[in-house]
Design a protein around this ligand. Sequence first.
Ligand SMILES: [Zn+2]
Length: 350
Amino acid sequence: MDICLYNGREICTYDLKDEAGIYYQDIVLEWKRNAAKKKLICVDCGSPVYLAAGLKKEPYFAHYDIVSCAYGKRMESQELIRGKRLLYHMLKRSFPSKEIQIRHRLSNGLYTTCYVKNEEGYDLAIDYRLQMLPIKELDLRVQYFDEQEIIPVFLLGVRQDKKKGQLSWYQTYIQNLSGSCVFLDAKEEILHMKHHITYVENRKRKSKVYQKTYSIHDITLSKDGTFDCDFYEECERRKIELEQKEEREQNRLREIRDRERRYHEEQIEKDRILATIQERKKLQNEQKLLEYQEWCKQNSLLKIDFHTIALPEGIRRDVLLNCVEMMKNGQEEMISKRYLNYINMLMEGN
Ligand SMILES: [Zn+2]
């Protein structure tokens, strides 16, 4: 047991040592003398208790007789007691003018490890455990704190820290509640703060745990239930950095895709223009060829003297001259086949 009553006032074994764990032996002697006078009383059953304050174990109060007292029967590990002592001193340092209670009984019958009464704001309930609570009780506690406007501060034992790339459901629950999951290493006297994030990298979901370690002697708790340190901000900053990195990467990929698409479209357009130019050139060449052929024909016609040329049978000179005129005028289709063949024959012979 870490508390008992003395002259109607609650006293606590954590006040027997300083922050470094060194005994105030004068207080130990005073309390031992009072215990011998049966002045130290169990808070639960009212039986007298004695004080054990050796060098090996953490100090504790115990009943003289084996009694049916629930508080007296409770066995706590040295790790838990040591951790509670460290937390108690950290809270005293954080809130020097406030009342710090050990084993505070809530109005719903549940207990919290420590309790900070804050008349000017919200009370703080500190919950330090080495084993996790069943979800039902955890929900019950959180709901109660919410209703009563009490800020809960959950701390876990260092052995619950599995040092994996993500946190358990329990630890995530606590992180969602308090901004981070805090493990107390009672032996090393340090706090491990952890913060798990999931983020997207190259469109894949990834997981990362940020962590930072503080000596419990260097850290204080603030009125809003967070620890006075840069950890929360740092996590937030890194989270934003990761988001921005992914955004930049997606933008870069989008730009590459756009560039490729534009290039492709430009190529198609270039090919189209080239084909048009070629088509036009082809038509121009054909036209030139036709013009040339026509020029050759006209030229040939001019070279032949149709007035004096000897005519074969069946070809009349007046008809022939008419036909030649029509040919010069580009009216070939009006000339009869016989005359046309004859004229062509003359031109080929030229
Ligand atoms: Zn008792």
